[in-house]
Write a protein that binds this ligand. Structure first.
Ligand code: MN
Length: 318
C-alpha cells in the first residue's frame, strides 16, 4: 500500500519506550475510494513500537466485481513492508520483477533498502473481499541502504498457547521462529482466541509490545479493548493475559521489538534520516530514476505529492 494521506512535511519518529503502561492509541479513519482505512502508526501519541513505524488496517469490505485494493506503482526507501490479510487477496508486483499473490495466511515481505517500487491490487478474478493490514518496519541505519529484495512466504507456523493459537508472522514465540528477512529483533503475530476465558501469550522482556484487536471481545484486566485500536504495552513484560468474552473468538495482532533507538523521518512512502534524503528520493521518483519500473500494472504510476520543506524539530516531544 501507499501512504494515502501523507503529511505536508516529514514526521519525526523516535523510540519512547515505557514500562508498566497500557496506552490506548485510537485510529485516524479515512474513506479512501471504496474502502475504509484506519491509521494506527505513526500517531502523535506513539510513533514506533520496536521497529514497527506504520500500521494501516483496511476493510473489511465485500464488493463483487470491484477492486477494493488498487494502489498504482509507488516508491519506498529505508523500510520493509508487510502485507497480512484476514480476507481477500492482493497481487504484488515490484520493480525487481516479483509477482506474488497475498492471501490469508501468506506473508508478502518487501525490503525497500535504498529503493524499490511496487503496486498492489485486487486481482481480476477475486471475490471482492478485503480485510487486512499494511505494516512497515524501519530499517536500522546500518542496513537501510542495502539492495532491495522481495520475499513471499506461503505459510506461517502456529503456536498453541493457553486459550488460543498464535500465528507467527515474523520473529519468535517460544521455539517457533519461521524464516523471515529481518534486520532488528522484531515480533509480528496474529492471535486467535478459542472459547477459553483467558488467552496468555508469552512475551520477550527486552521488547516493547502492542496489541491491536481486530474483533471485539477482548479485555486487558478491566479494560475492554476496542477493535482497530492500538494498545501499547511498553517493555519488560513476560506475558500478556487477555480476557475473552463468553461465546466470542476474537482475533488480534501482536507487535513487538527491541526499541529501534534511532530517530527516523517519515514522509509519504519514505523512511529516512534527513530532509535532503527525502527530497532526493522524491525527485528521483518523479524523474524516473533509482526505483526501476513495475511491469504489468494496468495503469499509470502514482505521482509524489508536493513536499513542503520545514525545519525538523530536534525533539518532537518538547
Ligand atoms: Mn507500498
Amino acid at each position: 500500500m501507499s501512504n494515502l494521506w501523507p503529511a505536508e512535511s516529514a514526521e519525526v519518529c523516535d523510540s519512547q519506550p515505557s514500562a508498566d503502561v497500557v496506552e490506548e492509541v485510537s485510529p485516524v479513519v479515512a474513506d479512501v475510494g471504496s474502502i475504509t482505512v484506519r491509521r494506527l502508526l505513526p500517531r502523535r501519541a506513539r510513533r514506533l513500537v520496536g521497529p514497527w513505524c506504520f500500521l494501516d488496517v483496511f476493510g473489511p469490505v465485500k464488493q463483487s466485481g470491484r477492486k477494493p485494493m488498487d494502489v498504482p506503482p509507488h516508491p519506498h526507501i529505508g523500510l520493509q513492508t508487510v502485507t497480512w490479510l484476514f480476507a481477500g487477496d492482493a497481487l504484488h508486483r515490484d520493480s525487481l520483477g516479483s509477482e506474488a499473490l497475498a492471501v490469508p495466511g501468506t506473508l508478502n515481505l518487501m525490503t525497500a533498502g535504498r529503493g524499490i517500487a511496487h503496486s498492489e491490487e485486487t486481482p481480476a478474478d477475486a471475490t471482492g473481499a478485503l480485510h487486512g493490514v499494511q505494516l512497515w518496519i524501519a530499517l536500522p541505519d546500518a542496513q537501510r541502504g542495502i539492495a532491495p529484495a522481495f520475499d513471499h512466504y506461503s505459510e506461517r507456523p502456529h503456536v498453541d498457547v493457553p486459550g488460543g493459537r498464535v500465528t507467527v508472522i515474523l520473529g519468535r514465540i517460544w521455539e517457533v521462529s519461521p524464516p523471515g528477512r529481518t534486520f532488528s529483533p522484531v515480533l509480528g503475530a496474529e492471535i486467535a482466541a478459542d472459547r477459553a476465558p483467558r488467552l496468555v501469550v508469552p512475551l520477550d522482556r527486552a521488547f516493547e509490545h502492542a496489541v491491536v484487536p481486530i474483533d471485539a471481545g477482548l479485555a486487558l484486566d478491566d479494560l475492554r479493548l476496542a477493535p482497530d485500536t492500538l494498545y501499547y504495552l511498553g517493555i519488560g513484560r513476560d506475558e500478556v493475559c487477555l480476557r475473552v468474552e463468553p461465546g466470542r473468538r476474537p482475533r488480534a495482532l501482536l507487535l513487538g521489538g527491541v526499541p529501534l533507538g534511532e530517530t527516523v523521518l517519515m514522509w509519504w512512502n519514505f523512511v529516512a534520516r534527513t530532509t535532503e534524503e527525502i527530497v532526493a528520493a522524491r525527485e528521483d521518483w518523479q524523474a524516473g530514476r533509482r526505483f526501476g519500473e513495475v511491469r504489468g500494472y494496468p495503469g499509470a504510476r502514482l505521482d509524489a505529492p508536493p513536499y513542503v520543506a520545514r525545519p525538523v524539530p530536534a525533539n518532537p516531544m518538547s
